[in-house]
Design a protein around this ligand. Sequence first.
Ligand SMILES: [Zn+2]
Length: 295
Amino acid sequence: MLTRRLLLAAGAASFAAPAAAQVVTALGPEAARLTILSDGSFEMPLAMLARDVPAGLIAAESGATEPYRTVLNVTCLRRGAELILFDCGAGAHFLPGSGRLQESLQAAGIAPDAVTHVLFTHLHPDHFWGSLDEFDSPLFPNARWLVASREIDFWTAPNVYGRLPADRHAFAAGAQRIAKGLGDKLERQEAGREWLPGIAAVETAGHTPGHVSFALDLAGQQVMVLGDALTHPRISFAHPDWRPVSDHDPDAAVATRRSLIDRLSSERSTVIGYHLPGAAGRVEKSGSAYRFAGI
Ligand SMILES: [Zn+2]
């Protein structure tokens, strides 16, 4: 019988290009191993990095050229029988260069059947649209899919279009399509609680209304999977008060960045950024200034 899975396996064997190095980095012991997988990257205008800041200053402070290319890092935690993904990539219908998670999983030797949980930081396209496969079925057939109530309620509310600028309506339509595809596999959770033993969802609203980051202990080292609470390796840390265009509530996002970088530097946490090159690093403080230092 020709099943969907056989079709996928045949396609992968016949047509897939040799996998490039898709594992960004890995941390922790075998018993609790974090592997960061690439979902590719996409381009955006430099002006997206900050509203109301002159273009020349954005270019100088970001160290980037036009257009800015941002990376996408999906975090995978393997502990015992659990294989937990944090966010799910952009899928095939977002921007060119993104949607490479399935190749990266293959490169890392991770079978879709083995994934037990997907925990979402938020439901923007580059984090959520990769949840369905080419047949619009959940990419990981055995997984539980966990999302903050506030986040799923925002994106699926009948009045969401009235609360978004017109250029973000596609985000809502996409979120609703993916949520429908996941159906009752998508479980609501509350921010500020442990969603799985030892993995707490920290409320980091602002980028989206229900955005959360995930705090966990990795063999004695505090780790924070940031999602998009901190998105640029220079600007988010040196200028937390600058307002990226992609933040839904700019004031809340500024307050979140300020408290988060203060907490993370004092706790000496390892941070994993979905859009930070190299993914893993620490927040260092010198005087009143902060910076991201990759590890
Ligand atoms: Zn993002």
